[in-house]
Design a protein around this ligand. Structure first.
Ligand code: ADP
Ligand code: ASP
Ligand code: MG
Length: 420
């Protein structure tokens, strides 16, 4: 007997037929003698629809009320799955975030999980009852409904697995594992049998939305065994495995020189670029820009500051999530007298393209190859950042697919036998 957490994403939960398919999979695990907790997402498209309602109601909405609205999608699917399981003769009940409870910070719309009551869940599960838990939601320190940020059901699942000391956490989604890049963009992407926590963390943080970044960080910290697999396709590879296992670096076979330099490529179209023109070029100037943005909980990603040309002023460019652009511009406008910039421009037609791989640590030239491959296709680079195992660039949004394909080929990641 094992204790397992199964998480089903939006596509897997979209409609009663698919919920029946999910219930059948859960039933199979229960009949195999396992104790099961299931974490579910809202039906595909539902959270987007709810977010849009909030935006229409007011672009500068109250995040606490936004959470009340967007958390509702998972309430619906958790109840529906519990009903479906019961109809199949499986004991099940739903546990909403506030009922368990899943306690979180007060950072509405991007709350962090602090604790999960393992005792209540443990008692229910030991009694043979499947616990159906809506992902994405919790209860804040103030006792209000909170959500964990988009894609947060993955984090709910890993957190439940950690709290329950589960033997594994299976993330069922609409692809059969983690690929070298989004298989919907590059048909020649290859499935990875294993990927390290560290690489997955970087890939997720730069846009490979197959797992929410925080779920990977949490899994790494709590040593949760995470597997990504399809809820529609049961195909096993030649070794009898399904999906992709996220593992520690010691569990990856070291093929030495043969090891791929680059593990994966990701893209992110959810950022917007903001440029402040003519910012005074003096100590403390950038602090006056980024401190108020941080206080407003706006996540700034890339930052580029140009040299001044003897005019005593410089331009500062940075990126923020598109969803936070309106608030960021509002904060900057309010702070204009303190910052003292000339004007502000923004661009939402951008994309961030990143290449990730631990092989970069020991090999030079990864970035240079990226820049050259993009240049050969006439793709202009607007900003660059690097970390030990990652290089990211900002380019014009219209070139996203082309850039990902070109780099996938350039780093030798294309599958050989599949039709492109
Ligand atoms: P779910 O609703 O199950 O959480 P998501 O849409 O959040 O599913 O994540 C799955 C999607 O992630 C896939 O449909 C795929 O398009 C996308 N994706 C992006 N990068 C990758 C990658 N490297 N490997 C696999 N899927 C990826
Ligand atoms: N439903 C939420 C979202 O779409 C959470 C999730 O599916 O992981 O972001
Ligand atoms: Mg997801």
């Amino acid at each position: 007997m094992a204790r397992i957490v199964m998480k089903f994403g939006g596509t897997s939960m979209a409609g009663i037929e698919r919920i029946r398919n999910v219930a059948a999979r859960v039933k199979r695990e229960v009949e195999a003698g396992n104790e099961v907790a299931v974490v579910v997402s809202a039906m595909a498209g539902e959270t987007d629809r709810l977010v849009q309602f909030c935006r229409e109601a007011s672009p500068l909405y109250d995040a606490r009320e936004y959470d009340v609205v967007v958390a509702s999608g998972e309430q619906v699917t958790s109840g529906l799955l519990a009903i479906t399981l019961q109809a199949m003769g499986v004991k099940a009940r739903s546990w909403l975030g506030w009922q368990l409870p899943i306690r979180t910070s007060d950072a509405h719309a991007s709350a962090r999980i602090s604790t999960i009551d393992a005792e209540t869940l443990g008692t229910a599960m030991s009694a043979g009852e499947v616990a159906v838990i809506p992902g994405f939601q919790g209860i804040s320190e103030e006792g209000r409904v909170s959500t964990l940020g988009r894609g947060g059901s993955d984090t709910s699942a890993v957190a439940v697995a950690a709290a329950m000391k589960a033997d594994r956490c299976d993330i069922y989604t609409d692809v059969d594992g983690v690929y070298t890049t989004d298989p919907r963009i590059v048909p020649r992407a290859r499935k990875l049998a294993r990927v390290t926590y560290e690489e997955m963390l970087e890939l997720a943080s730069v846009g490979a939305k197959v797992l929410q970044t925080r779920s990977v960080g949490l899994a790494m910290k709590e040593k949760v065994r995470v597997r990504v697999l399809s809820s529609f396709d049961d195909t096993r590879d030649e070794d009898g495995y399904r999906g992709t296992l996220i593992v520690g670096e010691d569990e990856i076979e070291d093929n030495g020189m043969e090891r791929q330099l680059i593990t994966g490529i990701a893209h992110d179209k959810n950022e917007a670029k903001v440029t402040l023109v003519a910012v005074p070029d003096r100590p403390g100037a950038v602090a006056t820009i980024f401190t108020p943005l941080a206080e407003a909980s706006i996540n700034v990603d890339m930052i580029v500051q140009n040299v001044s040309h003897g005019t005593g002023s410089t331009d500062v460019t940075f990126t923020v999530p598109k969803a936070e652009l309106a608030r960021a511009l509002d904060v900057l406008e309010k702070e204009k007298p303190t910052i003292g910039f000339g004007s502000v421009t923004h661009d939402t037609n951008i994309a961030k393209i990143s290449v990730v791989g631990v092989g970069m640590r020991s090999h030079a030239g990864v970035a240079a190859q990226m820049f050259k491959s993009l240049a050969d296709r006439g793709i202009n680079i607007q900003a660059i950042t690097t970390s030990e195992i990652k290089v990211s660039v900002i380019i014009e949004g219209d070139y996203t697919e082309l850039a990902v394909r070109v780099l996938h080929t350039a780093y030798g990641l294309d599958a050989e036998d599949e039709a492109a």
